[in-house]
Design a protein around this ligand. Structure first.
Ligand code: NAD
Length: 489
């Protein structure tokens, strides 16, 4: 396994070590060994990053030069793309992505999404003429202006770090904001390399800052509590999202939350190629560490046995097709850390205690290597009130739940604190659309359509968060509105 370079801090235009040269180990999930070092930011480092972002917003014309900024961000995206191989290595070694997952969600989706955002910028209406009108005898010409919100604290998770980092920072830049990015402790280099490439692209000092830290909470809490930060854009767990809302209330900042999910994929009884559609779904993609992955599979009771047999067959056939670091077709590697492995194994034990039937997997897999490997796991005979059906496991664990009819499927899909993604498969487009329209979630795929792309808004209902990322809407989340009325005499 290659060693990774040190993930350094990027503050006020310079890449540098943390105060006192402090570092921490960057662990590779494939081997559980140290793959590199990361700068371990102190509170003084975070303070410097916030200060730089504030100054760049208040004292430069970054927020006003829309076209220059757009051109720079476009160049920056091209530079990121030119470094695709390096980004692939980081996704594989640091985030534990298998090649097939690295080149999809981790890197290519991220780069394509960033380009989509650059394109969506053209749809932003910076100034809208609302016309002349008389009110209380006063005649006014009115305009409505979009203005950037200010300094953004972007707090991101480890599961698809480039994708989430780009969704936030590119949209924030395009809106005219300045940014302090705080990557997850497990994936520091993906943030740091974005800082390094920002220098190469010629970003003005302070516009972008990256602080890596071994402490999961310290830097994030500082961003949330600091009145100089206007916006927190957070992706992560629902528990931390709630904490951020509470803590952020003290400074009344804008808070966007992209949180967890427990998305349902519904296979209706008229689905073409029914057995094929029931087979192992994307629930195992990147070892199930994706917020919108379909981790609850809802199948019709009338064809339940057929569905279970198809799943047994597909999980059986998959046993040798995951966990290989070099296989270009492989989409599943280890989970991120020992902590995550223990968490997922705890849920697998819980599922058995709750009475669900394990038809595949269920064990760790040391024969795949010294890292954090868990077998692709499938529980059937699950009822939606079980904790394994309600709670986000964030591992390669699928739960299969039978339903009686379309309305029952909708009821089960919606019987969740989450509402992030979902899917419906049917031979009848209108029938599938009826189900899709009634699921309370932010992104629904019908007949395997791609509902998550860089030009569409993405985000959650209910406990899955608030606000939208990606698309024109994702840029607008970083803009405020100002109404101006000019008196006409
Ligand atoms: P996490 O909530 O533990 O951490 C997310 C980020 O918040 C990390 O950078 C962490 O260091 C930071 N953090 C932790 N405590 C904090 C605090 N008190 N204040 C401020 N920041 C704090 O989540 P994770 O384990 O890194 O990621 C997995 C979670 O992310 C899953 O729940 C998953 O569903 C979610 N996720 C959601 C989306 C989405 O778009 N909805 C995308 C990817 C991941």
């Amino acid at each position: 396994m290659k060693q990774l370079p040190e993930a350094r801090l990027y503050i006020d235009g310079a890449l540098r070590s943390a105060e006192g040269g402090r570092t921490y180990d960057n662990i590779c999930p494939w081997t559980a060994e140290v793959a590199g070092q990361a700068a371990d930011a102190s509170a003084t480092d975070v303070e410097a990053a916030i200060d730089a972002a504030r100054r760049a917003f208040d004292e430069t014309d970054w927020s006003r030069q829309h076209n220059q900024r757009h051109a720079l961000v476009k160049e920056y995206m091209a530079l990121l793309r030119a470094n695709r191989d390096r980004l692939m290595d980081i996704a594989r070694i640091e985030a534990g992505a298998a090649v097939g997952a690295a080149c999809r969600a981790h890197v290519d989706f991220a780069l394509n999404g960033g380009d989509d955002l650059v394109e969506c910028f053209n749809a932003i209406e910076w100034e809208e003429d609302r016309g002349r009108r008389e009110d209380n005898g006063v005649l006014s010409d009115r305009i409505v202006i979009h203005e950037p919100l200010g300094v953004v604290g972007a707090i991101t998770p480890w599961n698809v770090p480039l994708y989430v980092n780009i969704g936030k920072v590119i949209a924030a830049f395009l809106a005219g904001c300045t940014v302090v990015l705080k990557p997850a402790p497990d994936t520091p280099l993906m943030g740091s390399v974005m800082g390094e490439l920002a220098i190469e692209a010629g970003f003005p000092p302070g516009v972008f800052n990256v602080v890596t830290s071994s402490d999961p909470a310290m830097a994030g809490e500082m961003l949330v509590g600091d009145p100089r930060v206007d916006v927190i854009s957070f992706t992560g767990s629902t528990a931390v999202g709630k904490r951020i809302m509470e803590h952020g209330a003290a400074t009344l900042k804008r808070i966007f939350l992209e949180l967890g999910g427990k998305s349902a994929k519904i296979i209706l009884d008229d689905a073409p190629d029914f057995s094929v559609k029931c087979m192992m779904s994307m629930a195992i993609f990147h070892a199930g560490q994706g917020c919108a992955l379909p981790t609850r599979l809802l199948v019709p009771r009338s064809r339940y046995q057929e569905a279970v047999e198809a799943l047994q067959m597909s999980y059986g056939g998959f046993a040798s097709r995951w966990g290989d670091y070099d296989d270009p077709e492989n989409i599943m590697g280890p989970v991120i850390s020992q902590r995550q492995l223990e968490r997922v194994m705890g849920y697998i034990e819980l599922g058995q205690q709750e009475g669900a039937r394990l038809i595949a997997g269920g064990k760790t897999c040391p024969e795949k290597g010294s890292g954090y490997f868990i077998e692709p796991t499938c529980f059937v005979d699950v009822t939606n009130d079980m904790r394994i059906a309600q709670e986000e496991i964030f591992g390669p664990v699928l739960v299969v739940i039978p339903f009686d009819d379309d309305e029952d499927a909708i009821r089960i899909a919606n019987d969740s604190n989450y509402g992030l993604g979902g899917g419906v498969i049917s031979g009848d487009r209108e029938r599938a659309l009826h189900v899709a329209r009634n699921i309370r979630a932010g992104a629904i795929s019908v007949n395997d359509g791609m509902s998550i792309t860089g030009d569409l808004p993405f985000g959650g209902f209910k406990g899955s968060g608030m606000g939208r990322e990606w698309g024109r809407e994702g840029i607008e989340e970083f803009l405020d509105l100002k109404a101006i009325a000019i008196g006409v005499s």
